[in-house]
Design a protein around this ligand. Structure first.
Ligand code: AMP
Length: 580
């Protein structure tokens, strides 16, 4: 069912992946030719542009290394200290997984790459599900954040906000999406969300695709709907928008389309009023062909819950990108969430890979001496091996460590495909042991299996290391929900204690040894009340994170965030014995 435009894009993907090596060399050559004279690169390349010299002399860096240059540009110095092409603004990374938001230079070329990518990454899904642009509309939850102005007058905005600001996007919005622009730019995300759901319900017979960039935002939408469906139905029945929606943009947009529709309201009410919300998305939006959201990495913890709500509809996670660079896309949109791989697009940046090794029980640690480790080119990575991603871009990042760990799952033509493994910097540690995001995910998965048969779902979790008493111990915050309205207070405390034990048993060998020697104290699970993780999300959003790009931290480091969870604890449980 591929359309001509889609066929053209699929052909382009074939060409890019077939010629990956040559394209990568051209991308690097062009970056070096243009930028070898910048203050930053002159220090390493002395005006030369050879790949070998680049590989030998230019160091791997993190944001902290480049920050002085970026800050100088943000404060008014010319951008050619770092890159030759003029800067048009900055992307603001979400900053939730790694602390403070980062500023990434944006140029006209960066904007062009994003435009190209948006056309490309949807094309495999279009091949399977037909041209959704012609078939109907997308109910996509989108939240812009206000732009920040740097002292130099340049604007900084999240990638998603920058996209929502584009003329092309705005021009196509009414035809392709159910949400009016005012609801996306509403300063209060809750008012915006209410209105986006309202518009999505009013146009429910036209909706062919439901989603948001990240799985957690889709779930946030569903939970919000659980709490507000009666009110939404009332608004649809009467054709009047609730009074608490005070944003004038949202009210104006609503006044243009709302009229009393009691039949539609009754239908929605009947669907929402049922005891179980299993498959609710398909019931509410019967023409939806698939659910769209990233559900790999930190988002994989939401898959089970999402599958419950979208029963019968495929979950498509089709892109892998960050504020630093566009990386890859999923060529198999129908694959199972656990098999999702992203094929790298060699024209988006120059990609290198720092090998990381499997030290214990399948968990990952960096080689001890990074600087001695050769970076591997895109086309030379080995299947089954894990790497940390390093990018060189047209926008002033040279051998920049993104902080993501990826595993090569195969090749498409000559371009490698990667599974997302984890963020590198999320590590729990009391002593010498290191527990990664993946270690934690595996242990939580084992433990929460005890809840499933009892009709309870673990909806959210995060962690931190409590060193306020010696020895320190791991603390997990869990939010638990009953599948059919049961309250988590009905959960037998013995089961929670059992969950603590199961987690400890599932952690790696070093953890268990340290636990046995009492270098680490008993693992603790603190059950928090419903809505605690929404409050955490609200906190980060109030600090400037875009709801569209929000990623819950796997490990809490901010004291304020800790207080939000700690003040909502309703039960504390400890592992009764050492796991060995
Ligand atoms: P930001 O720069 O705020 O957009 O965050 C980018 C980060 O989000 C990446 O470095 C990844 O850690 C994460 N991310 C983006 N896309 C994916 C994906 N498809 N799967 C897993 N994590 C992702």
């Amino acid at each position: 069912m591929a359309t001509n435009g889609c066929e053209g894009r699929l052909k382009m993907i074939e060409e890019l992946t077939t010629n990956a090596e040559q394209i990568q060399d051209e991308v690097l050559g062009e970056i070096l030719r243009r930028n070898a004279g910048t203050e930053y690169l002159r220090g390493y390349l002395h005006g030369q542009t050879e790949k070998q010299l680049f590989k030998k002399n230019v160091p791997m860096v993190t944001y902290e290394d480049l920050k002085p240059y970026i800050d100088r540009i943000a404060n008014g110095e010319t951008s050619d200290i770092l890159l030759a092409e003029p800067i048009t603004g900055f992307f603001l990374s979400s900053g939730t997984s790694g602390g403070q938001p980062k500023l990434m230079p944006v140029t006209a070329e960066v904007a062009n790459k994003w435009e190209l990518f948006r056309g490309l990454y949807e094309s495999p899904a279009m091949k399977h599900f037909g041209d959704i642009n012609q078939a109907g509309k997308r109910l996509e939850l989108m939240f812009a954040r206000p732009e920040i102005e740097t002292p130099s007058g340049l604007k900084a905005a999240s990638v998603s906000t920058s996209i929502y600001n584009e003329c092309n996007f705005r021009a196509n919005l009414p035809k392709l999406y159910t949400s009016p622009v005012e609801t996306i730019f509403c300063p209060d995300p809750n008012q915006g969300l209410y209105c986006q759901l309202l518009f999505g319900l009013i146009q429910r017979d036209e909706v062919v695709k439901v989603g948001s960039v990240f799985a957690s935002t889709v779930l946030r939408g569903i939970k919000f709907l659980e709490n507000h469906w009666q009110e939404l139905c009332y608004d649809i029945k009467t054709g009047r928008l609730s009074d608490w929606i005070t944003d004038s943009g949202c009210r104006n947009a609503a006044s243009l389309v709302m009229k009393p529709n009691p039949e539609q309201a009754d239908l929605i009410e009947t669907i929402c009023n049922c005891k179980s919300w299993e498959g609710i998305i398909r019931k509410l939006w019967p023409k939806a062909r698939y659910i769209w959201c990233i559900c790999t990495g930190i988002m994989r913890q939401y898959i089970a819950e999402l599958e419950f709500y979208c029963r019968g509809l495929p979950l498509v996670s089709d892109l892998y990108a960050c504020s630093e660079a566009i990386c890859g896309m999923n060529l198999e949109p129908l694959c199972k969430p656990c098999d999702i791989s992203y094929t790298f697009l060699p024209n988006m940046a120059y990609f290198e890979f720092l090998p990381v090794k499997n030290e214990r029980d399948g968990s990952i640690e960096m080689k001890s001496n990074n600087e001695d480790t050769e970076l591997v080119d895109l086309v030379n990575v080995k299947a089954g091996q894990c790497y940390e991603l390093v990018v060189t871009t047209c926008a002033g990042l040279y051998r920049y460590k993104v902080g993501d760990v990826l595993m090569v799952s195969g090749f498409y033509n000559n371009a490698p495909q990667f599974q997302f493994v984890e963020r590198k910097n999320v590590i729990l540690s009391v002593d010498q042991e290191k527990t990664s995001e993946t270690d934690l995910f595996k242990a939580v998965t084992e433990a929460k299996a005890l809840l499933d048969p009892l009709g309870f779902i673990l909806t959210e979790y995060t962690s931190y290391v409590d060193t306020s008493s010696a020895p320190g111990h791991y603390v997990l915050f869990w939010e638990i929900k009953g599948k059919e309205g049961t309250h988590c207070k009905e959960l037998d405390p013995k089961i929670m204690v059992e969950c603590c034990s199961r987690m400890e048993e599932s952690l790696h060998y070093t953890y268990k040894i340290y636990r046995k020697r009492n270098i680490i104290a008993a693992l603790e699970i603190r059950v928090v009340k419903q809505g605690s993780f929404e409050a955490l999300m609200d906190y980060y959003v109030s600090k400037g994170t875009s709801l569209s790009q929000y990623k819950k931290p796997s490990c809490i480091k901010s004291e304020e965030a800790m207080k939000i969870l700690d003040s909502r604890v309703i039960g504390k449980y400890f592992s009764p014995k050492s796991p060995l």
